[in-house]
Ligand binder design. Structure first.
Ligand SMILES: NC(=O)c1ccc[n+]([C@@H]2O[C@H](COP(=O)([O-])OP(=O)(O)OC[C@H]3O[C@@H](n4cnc5c(N)ncnc54)[C@H](O)[C@@H]3O)[C@@H](O)[C@H]2O)c1
Ligand SMILES: [Zn+2]
Ligand SMILES: [Zn+2]
Length: 379
């Protein structure tokens, strides 16, 4: 029996309010309207941004909401005017949309897109309404994705079809963490052979920067992390060195150590911690005259970065990127092919797997520190 044009009733993990555990509910998912796509989600990853919003410290977080933004599934039905995907396509949801028509998309300078930005930030579809209902209430969407539901509705600019031969338990992770790190190294930094890089923070994002640096034939690939358990992980992904800043001699700062290891400083450094003090160290560990530091980590609300202006006067560059600078619709299918060809490790990141009912355990694992990525089976 076709579900096209009708509401679908399914399970979702609902965040009713800040600071409370997710609760598994039966929800109603309305049919997609014009330029919208309804997706049956098969797998979703759990990312720090989901936990950050759930915790309530994100001042823009609004409730009740269906969180999740690292998801893969199959298109169930499409609304009027949708031409980029069709029912049956294997897809990844995109929290960074790509409309190909706005000033950002046309600039050729950024992967940011302005098309759905305002409503996405409010947790609504582009027409200003929600497609989720539960217990008589509308639920908000999250980052244009809401992958913690067995069915979700997204804007057509926020979804991309990928090779159906790729396992969706893997491709879901290309919806955020892995692509963010890999893209930061290969697209945003576009590292040249022999260049020295340092990566602060060896989570899913940092380790993916490492794999991008390996792909780009970087020289030294130095991982900096305060957790020694990340040493083996770093070498497994191709790092050449590992430094724990807490274990340096008392009078050696991490910046000095990196400058010494790289004969004057790194060509590129990456912050994958979200800590603003680390961001400063990452900038100051760059080579005078040309070194570039890329901020990937998301700092807590209200935090600010600082350094002496002289650091920039003497030629260091400070920049950042979202989703690695990757254009979702144009470039993500290629990354899936790279994964299929063995160029990008994905499976290795999955340390935990759970059914939807156990999603709270995945949040707890993330806070415990030995989890790189937990993948939730939505079936
Ligand atoms: N810009 C984007 O598009 C984007 C996308 C996804 C995630 N993020 C952000 O990237 C960051 C990393 O995400 P993740 O999933 O890899 O996180 P994670 O928590 O798994 O990894 C962070 C790592 O940083 C290490 N660390 C913490 N403090 C440190 C310090 N002072 N010095 C050195 N290492 C330190 C931790 O030990 C851990 O290994 C987060 O801030 C996340 O919100 C950004
Ligand atoms: Zn994320
Ligand atoms: Zn656009």
């Amino acid at each position: 029996m076709s579900t096209t044009g009708k509401s679908i009733f399914c399970k979702a993990a609902v965040a009713w309010e800040a600071g409370k555990e997710l609760s598994i509910e039966d929800i109603e998912v309305l049919p997609p309207r014009a330029h919208e796509v309804r997706i049956k989600i098969y797998y979703t990853g759990v990312c720090h941004t989901d936990a950050y919003t759930l915790s309530g410290v994100d001042p823009e977080g609004a409730f009740p909401v269906v969180l999740g933004h690292e998801g893969a599934g199959i298109v169930e039905s499409v609304g009027e005017g949708v031409t980029n995907v069709k029912p049956g396509d294997h897809v990844i949801a995109l929290y960074t949309a790509e409309c190909r028509e706005c000033k950002f998309c046309k600039s050729g300078k950024t992967n940011l897109c302005g098309s759905v930005r305002a409503t996405q930030g409010l947790g609504l579809m582009p027409d200003g309404t929600s497609r989720f209902k539960c217990k008589g209430q509308d639920l908000l969407h999250f980052m244009g994705c809401s992958t913690f539901s067995q069915y979700t509705v997204v804007a057509d600019v926020s979804v991309v079809a990928v090779n159906p031969a790729a396992g969706m338990d893997k491709t879901c992770l290309l919806g955020c963490g892995i692509t963010t790190g890999y893209g930061a190294a290969t697209i945003t930094a576009d590292i040249k052979p022999g260049e020295n890089v340092a990566i602060f923070g060896a989570g899913c994002v940092g380790l993916s920067v490492v794999q991008g640096a390996v792909e780009k034939k970087a020289g030294k690939i130095i991982v900096v992390d305060i957790n020694n358990k990340k040493k083996d992980w770093s070498f497994k992904f191709g790092a050449t060195d590992f430094v724990n800043p807490l274990e340096l001699p008392k009078d050696t700062a991490i910046v000095d150590k990196l400058i010494e290891m790289t004969d004057g400083g790194c060509d590129f450094t990456f912050d994958c911690t979200g800590n603003v003090k680390v961001m400063r160290n990452a900038l100051e560990a760059c080579h005078k005259g040309w070194g570039t530091s890329i901020i990937i980590g998301v700092a807590a609300a209200g935090q600010e970065i600082s350094t002496r202006p002289f650091q920039l006067v003497t030629g260091r560059n400070w920049r950042g990127c979202a989703f690695g600078g990757v254009k979702g619709r144009t470039q993500l299918p290629g990354l899936v092919e790279d994964y299929m060809a063995g160029k990008i490790k994905v499976e290795d990141f999955i340390t935990h797997r759970y059914p939807l009912e156990k999603i709270t355990t995945a949040f707890n694992d993330m806070h415990a520190g030995d989890c790189i990525r937990a993948v939730i089976n939505m079936d």
